[in-house]
Design a protein around this ligand. Structure first.
Ligand SMILES: [Zn+2]
Length: 218
């Protein structure tokens, strides 16, 4: 192989690699539930396990066949809310602001896992119902990035950024939380209401346009 041919191949691979790091697709999250082992046992029976139905873009994450109903403080029920796997150390319920209103709950905008001071909710499964005493949130919109992709975009874990989309309903979203891990693939997560408001759809490509800020400023 001559040097010209080799350079051509290296350039092509480099271009594809950079293009992959640059590409942040939108993933719209519908309301969903993460369950602890204990809560899983109470809702679906002792020793029960989740049945993966559809792999998600984040490695190891999946939508399960299992669903639960949510019952709010005002008695309203939201039926068949999807459980996402795998099992977590603590249960967490992610709903939209409209869901929160419907349930008569006061779910704060929080990042996943930051559950201090969040309200609980009743979960109804096929074999029982439980009231978790915290864990009801409206998920803080966020971007999952691999370490390489974070370096490419020059952002760090827990930074708040702006993202921008193109197209006739192009938008700019402030205060998008960056989460970086070697276990992540780049993806913007917004909920269904944010998606409807902004015109973002699954698979749309967004760009990070501005940096700065931390969630504890809010
Ligand atoms: Zn996410």
């Amino acid at each position: 192989m001559n040097d010209g041919k080799l350079k051509e191949i290296v350039d092509k691979i480099t271009r594809e690699y950079i293009a992959e790091l640059q590409t942040i697709p939108v993933g719209v999250s519908n309301r969903h539930v993460h369950l602890s082992k204990d809560d899983m046992d109470k809702l679906f029976g002792r020793g029960s396990a989740l049945h993966p139905m559809k792999e998600l873009r984040q490695p190891g994450q999946y939508a399960a066949e299992e669903t639960v109903d949510l019952r709010g403080p005002n008695g309203s029920v939201i039926p068949k809310v999807r459980v996402l796997g795998p099992i977590r150390p603590e249960s967490q319920v992610e709903i939209s602001a409209a869901d929160s209103f419907k349930l008569g709950a006061h779910a704060p905008v929080r990042e996943s896992g930051e559950l201090d001071g969040t309200p609980g909710i009743e979960l109804i499964g096929p074999l029982g119902s439980i009231k978790i005493n915290r864990g009801l949130i409206v998920a803080w919109r966020h971007i999952h990035l691999s370490e390489e992709s974070a370096r490419f975009w020059n952002v760090h874990d827990r930074e708040l950024v702006f993202v921008e989309s193109d197209g006739p309903r192009g938008c700019i979203l402030k205060n998008v939380l960056v989460r970086v891990s070697q276990n992540y693939r780049q993806e913007l997560h917004v909920d269904t209401e944010e998606a409807n408001t902004t015109g973002l759809k699954n698979g749309d490509i967004i760009k990070i346009t501005k940096y700065g800020g931390q969630t504890d400023e809010y």
